[in-house]
Design a protein around this ligand. Sequence first.
Ligand code: SF4
Ligand code: SF4
Length: 201
Amino acid sequence: MNTFKIGENTFELAESIIKDLKASDNLGILKCIQCGMCTSTCPAARHTDYDPREIIKRVLDKDETLIKDDIIWNCFYCYTCHSICPVNNSACEVNQVLRQKTIDNGKGKSKIAPFSEYADSYLESGLGTIPSDFFSDLIKDYGNEWIELKANLEEIRKELSLGPMLLPKKDIEDINEILEKTGFTKRLERVRRCKDEKDTR
Ligand code: SF4
Ligand code: SF4
């Protein structure tokens, strides 16, 4: 595990991100030319104050406050920045590492708790589905057509000669076994507990 702690740096911030398991080989943070292509294509930057180019600049400036800054939670891992960067850098991966550092430093628990609902769907149906908390926003965006599509999905699939979306029970059981053996289920329990835990620093 990476040993980076706020105020006790064994490595500089950028170095510690490059060495993290979550980072791709040859992640190009140190080659960032601040061209801003990541920001110009980032959907989160379009709708919020979040700016991936700025995140990388702050990493290069050894700005440890980034780890406590809520702004890193605005990225939603679409990987657009990753695919467009001319020097093989990835604000997306950098954010993943920064978030882990936040958690390691006792912060951000309330931010990760909602992810458990995505994970629950793998256990329940073997598929990643949208948590019900998002339904009202989806209805707002897509109108009642979205509810109708959801309610009649299996019928529509049949008309299109597609098989059922839901997996057979045996497949769901197999997926649960894989999730158990790979440590996913245990990790999910830890994430669920975060709902009731307060940040410690
Ligand atoms: S696209 Fe790459 S090089 Fe350009 S600012 Fe973003 S991270 Fe830096
Ligand atoms: S992965 Fe994050 S930083 Fe990159 S483009 Fe998507 S939202 Fe923006």
